[in-house]
Design a protein around this ligand. Sequence first.
Ligand code: PMP
Length: 305
Amino acid sequence: MAKRYVWLDGKIISEEASRIPIMTHSLQYASGVFEGIRAYGTDKGTAVFRLKDHVKRLFNSAKIYGMDLSYTEEEISLAIKKIINANKLEHCYIRPFVFYNDHNIGLSTEGKKISIFITALPFGAYFASGKEKGISCKVSSWHRVNSMILPPEAKASGNYANSILASAEAKRCGANEAILLSTNGHVAEGPGENIFLVDGGKLVTPSKDSDILLGITRDSIIKIAESIGMQVIERNIHREELYVADEVFFTGTAAEVTPINTIDSIKIGNGKPGAVTKVLAGKYSDIAIGKDQEFSGWLDYLQDK
Ligand code: PMP
């Protein structure tokens, strides 16, 4: 396997050299914030999808947790491009991670060193053949965190303990993925995905007050749908609306657009990926690989065009 490089606090080092102490604060207490970004191979070379928006969200997550980053958004964007280049990657997944690089026991974050690493890895489909064939979901018995407990709008490690509980439960019950309800009982999101339903040609997705991460793929799909004349409604959704929807799908950087065939063993529509989902997924993918020039501003090329 090719040697992998990571960016750590301004330096590019080999992955083996990037070991951190086992008592590291963010490992013990899930006190990190991070991003998940994809880059795609295009005719004009590798392009990072919505790089500025991801970096902005990383800085916002850090701000919510009172973590001061000693870099600008531009510097982190450049570092992301450098680490893709260093690893000679095309289609890949990029993980910037901001963490308390301090191994003194104790919860306090005061005065603790904040570090950033960025790594990039080859990455295919998140759900094996799920993107093409669709997946099964289970409404979780775990509810999504809410902003009185943990801010869902921050992409913070701590939130993923909640995601992991839900995902593991779904898998134990034979489903591919979980769907979490908010604490007030509305449909919120998947453990690492936003959710949409198609109802009579309209697209409906939980609004911000359903305790969701404001996904960048979610925003892309809303804009793509509107560009092809679809009405998009952001509102509270009842669980049972999912069961009777024409189509339901997940969105996310990792999941891209993944059709949902069944929820709680109930067939959605005819139990196969729906026509609207396919159109949106196709356009999303064409934009990401530079085949569709609409929204070309979403692509940040490693080399200047
Ligand atoms: N919700 C959660 C909880 C997530 O972890 C993710 C993945 N980042 C998403 C939604 C989708 O967000 P995005 O489209 O920005 O990847």
